[in-house]
Write a protein that binds this ligand. Structure first.
Ligand code: PAF
Length: 295
């Protein structure tokens, strides 16, 4: 049997109420569709943690600051449902824009601090759109757990902050970035790369890995980041929006590595914007973390 699909809040709540009556725990995996192995790994983790798993599919217009980007976003509901069925996901929730934002909708959830800088600086309004829709999805599903990938690290921290600040009774579970064999972080945007761009794309991950290793081993921060930017550009990326070292707990800028930090980047390859990040540890705490991105 294929995964059941509901499209309205009323239908969703009726299914959830039935599950609650039987005492089941519930997880949600929010997505914008075009499901790839990264999303599927979130669903597998969710299935291990909770009795029932809801996957949501909504291409959220409020988080796109560019109309062309929204129009170009892949919409592949049938293929997505076909990928979820064999995993055993229990429900696919696919609201349309009117269900999510009916006439007269005026509320925005805005999380300051962690949403500033990095992607927040280059995509005005993006994180307000994310926070607003994720808050609604949490309230609509009433789930106990929600699963998010570490690839969107700033998004993950923002959602954690929002849940704490608004006392939403849900546990956020982060999951590691899933990568292609050559290190490229999985993303729905990878589908837009030409064969030539696809060949260049993994250089972002390999530069991050080498830079994180260098920084862990004591290379000076600013010159090392400048070299990394130059390496990304000379690999064939058109523009580096940001390449920054930030505290892992709060994304505050940091100047030296005496605690676990994240090296985060966004760069344009042709018409496609890719993001990635890697954990970077002080040398004394180095296990095999930096080996996660294959050479
Ligand atoms: O990461 C995404 O795909 C989206 O930002 C999310 C969390 C589903 C909200 O639309």
């Amino acid at each position: 049997m294929s995964v059941p699909i509901v499209r309205t809040i009323v239908e969703l709540r009726a299914v959830v109420a039935g599950w609650r009556r039987s005492g089941a725990s519930i997880a949600v995996v929010p997505t914008m569709g075009a499901l790839h192995e990264g999303h599927l790994s979130l669903v597998r983790c969710a299935l291990q943690k909770a009795d029932r798993v809801i996957v949501t599919l909504f291409v959220n217009p409020k988080q796109f600051n560019n109309a062309a980007d929204l129009a170009a976003y892949p919409r592949t509901e049938n293929e997505d449902a076909a990928k979820l069925t064999p995993l055993g996901a229990h429900l696919l929730y696919v609201p349309n824009a009117t269900e999510m934002y009916p006439d007269g909708f005026t509320t925005t959830v805005s999380v300051s601090g962690v949403s500033e800088g990095l992607c927040g600086a280059f995509r005005p309004g993006h994180f307000d759109g994310v926070a607003t829709v994720v808050a609604k999805l949490f309230l609509q599903t009433g789930a106990d757990f929600a699963f998010f990938g570490e690839k969107d690290f700033q998004q993950l921290l923002l959602i954690r902050r929002m849940v704490r600040d608004l006392d939403i009774p849900i546990t956020i579970v982060p999951c590691p970035t899933v990568r292609e064999a050559d290190g490229l972080a999985l993303s729905s945007r990878n589908l837009r790369l030409s064969p030539a761009e696809r060949a260049v794309a993994p250089r972002l991950a390999s530069v991050l890995r080498d830079t994180a290793e260098g920084l862990s081993n004591g290379s000076p921060v600013l010159p090392t980041l400048a070299e990394a930017r130059a390496a990304i550009l000379s690999a064939g990326y058109r523009q580096v929006e940001y390449l920054e070292l930030r505290g892992e707990a709060d994304l505050q800028p940091i100047a030296s590595i005496d605690q676990p930090v994240r090296l985060l980047a966004a760069a344009w390859l042709g018409q496609t914007r890719l993001i990635d990040n890697i954990r970077t540890l002080p040398a004394c705490q180095l296990p095999n973390e930096s080996l996660r991105i294959p050479r």
